[in-house]
Design a protein around this ligand. Structure first.
Ligand code: ZN
Length: 344
């Protein structure tokens, strides 16, 4: 495997050749002295000879059919391996669910991004490959952050694409962080990446970014980069700003972030999640309604079990509507405009 990676510099194809695990971990040094370690399938860590105080995790393919972030990450990995980028920070890339990439689907048995913070071992336990993978991914995050300096700035960007169209093409979800202010610097980093819309989440969840945020106080985000497209059909020119900023970040070049500027941003507060209570749950709006479409107070959003679910705030916008989830799971997140008082 070592020789295959050194020859091809294509970590994605190596990962797809071994969708569940590799025979054994391996490592080598690049000629610029960067240590390359492959801990497991889809798990590659770069350690420069001298690190500069940031520990950066970039994850993709937590949903297997969200291909643009996979192509973006594999391109960055390839450039690090061929030494056209030299990392000056510790960096770990994670390709979340290789089996689902093979399948061309969001997941095989269960939504991986609902299985973190221990959810993988609850209920029926480690009964499917996604549950097993979630537990392993947690252990790699633990090992990566714990083997850095404890005062390092910990960062985790979990990269996704959305199922449906969106009024704001790219957006980030800022996990719930009780007792900690939101970071204006991180928000402006995202804006410089072309991500000018941020949702502040309102409660603990079992997503990957919440795991890093809660357990390691990382600046962690779920980042949505546009609409799902088949592999190879993504317009990668839409990610030029993002790629440029990620290269600056990992190679410790000046980020040149602008001052916090609310007028450039769309900031939303999640006001509630609507969970599915009955099998017959259905939305009243059309299937192709875009994320961030807003509805007025009293508007009937959905019906289930003979009840109507209405908009409660003066205006609420929707994001991630999906009626086809199991009973008990979230069908949609409802948003209201956010205040900036918790941003520092
Ligand atoms: Zn996703």
């Amino acid at each position: 495997m070592l020789q295959a990676l050194q020859a091809s510099k294509d970590f994605l194809s190596l990962t797809l050749d071994h969708p569940f695990n590799i025979d054994q971990a391996f490592s080598y040094h690049l000629t610029n002295n960067t240590l390359v370690e492959v801990w497991d399938t889809g798990v590659i860590v770069f350690t420069p000879k001298v690190a500069n105080g940031k520990d950066v995790i970039l994850s993709c393919a937590v949903h297997g059919n969200e291909t643009a972030p996979i192509e973006l990450c594999n391109d960055l990995i390839g450039q690090i391996l061929n030494e056209s980028i030299e990392v000056k920070q510790r960096v770990m890339f994670l390709i979340g669910n290789p089996a689902a990439i093979h399948n061309g689907t969001r997941f095989v048995d269960e939504n991986l991004n609902r299985l973190f913070s221990g959810a993988h071992s609850e209920g029926e336990g480690l009964t499917n490959p996604e549950r097993v993978r979630a537990k392993k991914l947690e252990s790699y995050v633990d090992r990566f952050f714990e083997s850095g300096n404890q005062h390092d700035h910990r960062i985790h960007y979990d990269l996704h694409t959305a199922i449906r169209g969106s009024k704001h093409e790219k957006f980030a979800i800022y996990p719930f962080r009780p007792g900690r202010k939101y970071s204006s610097e991180q928000i402006m980093f995202l804006a410089s990446c072309g991500i000018e819309t941020v949702l502040f989440h309102h409660e603990p969840t079992t997503t990957f970014s919440y795991y890093s945020s809660e357990k390691f106080h990382a600046d962690a985000f779920t980042i949505e980069l546009g609409k799902v497209m088949p592999m190879g059909q993504n317009d990668m020119t839409r990610f030029i700003a993002m790629k440029d900023m990620l290269i600056r970040l990992v190679s410790n070049q000046p980020l040149e972030l602008p001052e916090f500027d609310e007028s450039r941003l769309n900031l939303y507060q999640v006001c509630r999640a609507i969970n599915k209570g009955f099998e017959d749950f259905e939305f009243t709006f059309a299937n192709d309604v875009e994320n961030f479409t807003a509805f007025p107070r009293g508007y009937i959003l959905a019906k289930e079990g003979g009840n109507e679910i209405k908009v409660e705030q003066p205006i609420e916008a929707i994001v991630f509507p999906n009626a086809k989830v199991p009973v008990g799971q979230r069908t949609v997140l409802m948003l209201k405009p956010a205040s900036t008082e918790n941003i520092a």
